[in-house]
Design a protein around this ligand. Structure first.
Ligand SMILES: Nc1nc2c(ncn2[C@@H]2O[C@H](COP(=O)(O)OP(=O)(O)OP(=O)(O)O)[C@@H](O)[C@H]2O)c(=O)[nH]1
Ligand SMILES: [Mg+2]
Length: 1061
């Protein structure tokens, strides 16, 4: 039975100071959902007995089946502490890597986080990630050290060992926080100094800055978790108990006759009780004394567990109960299962939900306390800072900070994801309890029907045809209605940051790319109220929508409400047609789109889908659209070949998507292709050793014709007017990494350059081309470009003379204007600009064709010659570009426009230049993190070896018999790895796979024995398996490109035919 009803929650919604928006984050399986169960049971939504078993927040069948959470979902809880009533909006998030985008959506809406750590496993990769996510969103966190029961029952530690272990886990967590803090402070200092420099107001006379002093000055007192501050709970979620140091301080202060405040300070740490002087002393470890925490807390805990759960001494249970002042029901006292007895005892003694909710309400901030830093972070993007926003937009900061729900305030709502629910689950579609009048009416109707039937029987005549027809019609109608009903409804998962949102309100829906300053500068800007998302052009991001319904989110249920006020997490219905994945709702278009959600999971695993029955393609397309909307991470693509492709973060994510498609969105059987793995194409420096590991010296080589080719390629346009010389060179890894890191910036620069070219005129006057025009970049961008140049110069200075000018030479980056390949301008006579956008350029007839030239490079780098996969780490140096319009002018119409010719010539040139270098494929690599039991370590290594993986590190987990192994493995080989491990190790090892980087496959895909040593080893004709070639051929075959595979091996018929001739 629910203890509080919706109206109480509604009432509490109006006092933001008493609201807590929090999420539970942790590594997979550390007990988030179990903890959530316990908190939910405190509100009577589920019974205490079922808490931990039900996993209420895991509402999907596959979540229950697999035992992992796959989405984040919210529930509103009531809690009272110190005579204050609180509304806690609790979001349970998934811990599996594949769903880390769901964690971002949860963290964005919250002000606080509960970080759960399994004390046996300690800090795991996802714990780190969750802490980082929380930190980067300026969210305060509290810690729950969970599964302490495992230390007692499973690991059989002594209380003292357990204490040492717990301090170590605490240290691990705090170390992560420290790292995050240090990197942020140093980053901030950098921008602060920059700002000072730009304002030219140096601080007094000390111009140099001491980094360490910045670290020391910064306030980190709130940052770390420390039991004495009461932001750490020691718990066992499954057994339903938990305590903070404060709990025990309260319990013991009377007994020991010591003030509670003093006990709070000494209960955790290196303190012990000197029995003679009756005083607390420091230095327990040094003097080999029992720390107070062990003596007062852990010893008691161990005692209870060992008596009841280990030794099963039933007769002692009532004595313990009496000592602790607890009353167990007779049913519990007689229960045969000692664990259940233990649970009900512990739940009463140290109730987990009370402790955790108390901590949440007292230690975590309310929405009112949102800080200016966080607001600025929400409003700005990476390449645009707060100062560069439009003044009208800047004003909104105060509304964010006020978190006020009065009607004068603008409405600002952020939608972090859309989730689907069955239409029948919506409160308005649920059968309602009938009132007595309605019941009477029904009874009357039934009576009339019966009478009618009797009459019909008496008349014994056929019922008139028309009636029957009507019935049929009705049936059809209901069928159609059912179809409509079956469509899932989408609810926006949203938080109101400012103002009051009412049902029926009309608001602007601002897409994630909405840029207020651009719109505000347009005079008489108007939004067409009838437009939907699908009607928008590529540069429009605003629609108008009416709020159809608002809900309080209650886990599996929704409760309808009429208005939502600032500071709350709510569900909004009826926005399917306006919001794709994320959006901002506001009453003003000055409101910026919130900064993008950051997620660690990179969608990398792609499969092609088709309906098992080809005629059902429209359903599949519709289903895919719904899937795309409902999942923040999945990408749905329609490839040029007509294939429908979805890209997911990993196998578990893929399975969930397919499940959703089959059961909810498309509702048709679907055939799924083998996973499609992306590759990259690159070139390397000529190898120095051959495949037989012998040094290659030039005499040794069989001079095939490919070694003779000059690596500079000269191409001409078809009409011979333009001549281009291109050389391809492998980019050093450091530069590639830098390019990879700076995609946002590079994209923005490319956009800027494009906009300069934008107003293209027929006459190639520079002024008309706007090349040296007044389009200015924001200060922030300039700053970022400068740092980029500096970094690039730093790197190139170490790389030798051929890279020394790379920063000046950059002409474009590709593919898609932001990738890891460079087009370098090394021509003696043609000027370009990219990073040095202020350069004045000379007038030149070639400017007109520059964008065609660059596009040629973009095309070439998008699909390399090996198997049409994107290139990576290649620099194309243009050494000459001449244009002579006078030559062969009349041929213009034969070959088409010159711009097109230049584009294809450049593309061709790039590909050829690429081909004359040693080419290599690059494979995507997963980093996997596996915790395995010692017993099955061998099996794990074998499985890794079979899949071309390699171990990069392994260490023994402190205090347990399990190893943590870090390994790298090609994505292409990773399928069913989790399944294989699980079956081979009887569930003792579970890998977490996360995309890590691209790695060159060291084999030449066209390799054949060439050096003497190679001939010696493999003979002249080698027919082994070349991994790179196998990958390449598989991709080529998939894309319908030519391979050198012999389809016809023994063509007898053809042979006989030819003989007969
Ligand atoms: N021994 C012990 N087991 C626990 C405790 N809390 C949770 N578990 C078990 O740990 C497993 C995972 O619990 P969940 O609550 O599903 O973990 P989770 O963090 O929600 O996992 P994901 O949502 O998949 O990331 C379940 O089998 C729980 O029974 C605990 O305090 N002690
Ligand atoms: Mg869970």
């Amino acid at each position: 039975m629910r203890l509080v009803d919706g109206s109480k929650l509604l009432e509490l919604q109006n006092t933001p100071v008493n609201i807590r928006n929090i999420c539970i984050v942790a590594h997979v399986d550390h007990g988030k959902t179990t903890l959530a169960d316990s908190l939910i049971s405190s509100n009577g939504i589920i019974s205490q007995r079922m808490s931990g078993k039900l996993r209420y927040m895991d509402s999907r069948p596959d979540e229950q089946e697999r035992g992992i959470t796959m989405k984040s979902s919210s529930i509103s809880l009531y809690h009272a502490v110190q005579k204050q009533e609180y509304l806690v909006n609790l979001i349970d998030s998934p811990g599996h890597v594949d769903f880390s985008s769901e964690v971002s959506t949860a963290v964005r809406l919250c002000d606080g986080a509960i970080v759960v750590v399994d004390v046996v496993e300690g800090v795991c990769p996802q714990t780190r990630l969750a802490l980082k996510q929380a930190y980067s969103e300026n969210i305060q966190a509290v810690l729950v050290l969970n599964k302490i029961d495992r230390l007692i029952l499973e690991m059989q530690m002594t209380p003292l060992d357990a204490y040492v272990h717990l301090t170590q886990v605490m240290e691990q967590v705090n170390a992560v926080m420290g790292e995050l803090f240090a990197s942020e402070v140093l980053g901030n200092e950098e921008t602060k100094i920059d700002k000072q420099e730009t304002k030219e107001k140096p601080k007094e006379d000390n111009n140099f800055y001491d980094w360490t002093s910045a670290l020391e000055d910064a306030d980190d007192s709130n940052l770390y978790f420390s039991p004495e501050q009461g932001n750490v709970v020691f718990a066992s979620a499954i057994d339903g108990w938990g305590f903070t140091v404060h709990t025990f301080a309260r319990l013991f202060s009377e007994k020991l006759g010591v003030k509670e405040e003093i006990l709070r300070k000494v209960l955790w740490g290196d303190f012990y009780l000197n029995t003679k002087t009756k005083r607390f002393m420091k230095g327990a470890q040094e003097k080999a004394k029992k720390p107070l925490f062990v003596q007062l807390v852990l010893d008691n805990l161990w005692n209870v567990y060992e008596t009841i759960a280990v030794r099963n001494e039933k007769e002692k249970v009532p004595i313990i109960c009496e000592k602790l002042g607890i009353k167990l029901t007779t049913r519990d006292l007689r229960h045969t299962d000692s664990r259940i007895q233990l649970q009900s005892l512990m739940m009463q003694w140290l109730p987990l939900s009370q402790t955790v909710l108390n901590m949440v309400c007292t230690k975590l901030p309310s929405p009112k306390e949102i800080g200016p830093e966080k607001v600025e972070k929400l409003m700005c993007t990476k390449i645009c800072d707060f100062e560069s926003l439009h003044p009208q937009t800047q004003e909104l900061r105060n509304d964010f900070l006020a978190c006020d729900s009065s009607t004068e305030r603008p409405v600002i709502v952020y939608i972090s994801k859309m989730f689907s629910v069955d239409k029948s689950m919506l409160p308005e579609n649920k059968p309602k309890a009938l009132t007595t009048e309605e019941m009477a009416l029904r009874r009357e109707r039934a009576r009339q029907m019966r009478e009618q039937m009797k009459l019909n029987e008496v008349n014994s005549q056929a019922i008139p045809m028309t009636e029957e027809k009507k019935d049929e019609n009705a049936q059809e109608n209901t069928n159609e209605n059912e179809k409509e009903e079956n469509q899932p409804a989408f609810i926006a998962f949203a938080r109101v940051f400012s103002g009051r949102l009412r049902k029926g309100d009309k608001v602007f829906v601002l897409g994630p790319k909405h840029d207020p300053s651009r719109i505000l500068n347009i005079k008489d800007f108007e939004v067409d109220p009838n437009k939907k998302l699908k009607d928008l052009k590529s540069d429009e991001h605003i629609t108008c929508a009416e709020i159809k319904s608002l809900y309080i989110l209650m886990g599996r249920e929704l409760e309808e409400i009429d208005e939502a006020v600032a500071g709350n997490i709510v569900g909004i219905g009826g926005l399917e047609e306006h919001v794709l994945k994320t959006a901002t709702l506001s009453t003003t278009i000055a409101c910026p789109a919130f900064s993008e959600l950051q997620s660690a999971a990179v969608p990398i695993l792609r499969v092609a889908l088709e309906p098992s029955n080809p005629s059902q393609l429209p359903q599949l397309v519709k289903g895919l659209k719904l899937l795309n909307q409902s999942d923040s991470c999945v990408q749905v693509l329609l490839q040029e070949t007509g294939e429908h492709v979805i890209v997911t973060a990993g196998e578990v994510h893929l399975e969930r998507c397919l499940e959703d498609l089959k059961n909810n969105y498309a509702k048709i059987p679907i055939t799924v292709s083998e996973p499609i793995v992306p590759f990259r194409e690159t070139i390397i420096e000529p190898p120095k050793i051959d495949m037989a590991n012998e040094e290659i010296d030039s005499q040794n080589i069989d001079k095939g014709n490919d070694t003779e080719v000059d690596p500079v390629i000269t191409v001409l346009t078809n009409n011979k007017q333009s001549r281009i010389k291109i050389r391809a060179r492998p980019l050093p890894n450091e530069i590639t990494a830098l390019l990879d890191k700076s995609t946002d910036l590079l994209k923005a620069v490319s956009q800027h350059i494009k906009s300069l070219h934008g107003s293209k005129n027929i006459e190639n006057k520079l002024d008309d081309l706007n090349i040296n025009g007044a389009h200015e970049l924001s200060d922030r961008m300039l700053k970022l470009i400068e740092t980029f140049i500096e970094e690039l110069k730093n790197i190139s200075s170490k790389l030798g003379p051929e890279w020394s000018n790379v920063a000046e030479q950059i002409w474009s980056v590709g593919p898609r204007n932001c990738g890891p390949n460079l087009l370098l301008n090394q021509t003696p006579d043609y000027d370009t600009k990219f990073l040095y956008h202020k350069n004045e350029l000379k007038e030149d007839p070639r400017f007109e064709y520059e964008s065609s030239f660059v596009n040629g490079f973009q095309l070439a780098s998008l699909a390399g010659p090996l198997c049409e996969e994107p290139m990576m780490g290649v620099a194309f140096c243009v050494e000459e570009w001449s244009l002579d319009k006078s030559e062969g002018d009349d041929a213009g119409h034969t070959f088409g426009p010159l711009s097109g010719q230049i584009m294809s010539a450049v593309k061709d040139g790039c590909r050829k230049a690429f081909q004359v270098q040693p080419q290599r494929l690059m494979a995507a690599m997963y980093s996997c993190d596996i915790v395995v039991d010692q017993k099955v370590l061998g099996k794990l290594y074998a499985a890794l070896g079979r899949r071309g993986g390699r171990v990069v590190g392994s260490d023994l987990q402190t205090g347990s018999a399990s190893f943590r192994v870090q390994a790298l493995m090609p994505v292409a080989e990773s399928f069913k790895f989790a399944l294989e491990l699980r079956t081979h190790t009887s569930g003792l090892a579970a890998p977490q796979l996360l995309f890590s980087h691209w790695e060159v496959i060291e084999i030449d895909p066209f390799w054949r024995p060439r050096t003497e040593e190679e001939y010696l080893q493999w003979g002249e004709k080698w027919d082994g398996v070349n991994r790179a070639k196998a990958y390449m051929d598989a991709v080529r075959a998939r894309k319908g490109l030519a391979t050198d595979r012999h389809l016809v091996q023994h063509a007898e018929k053809q042979r006989t035919l030819s003989k007969k001739k």
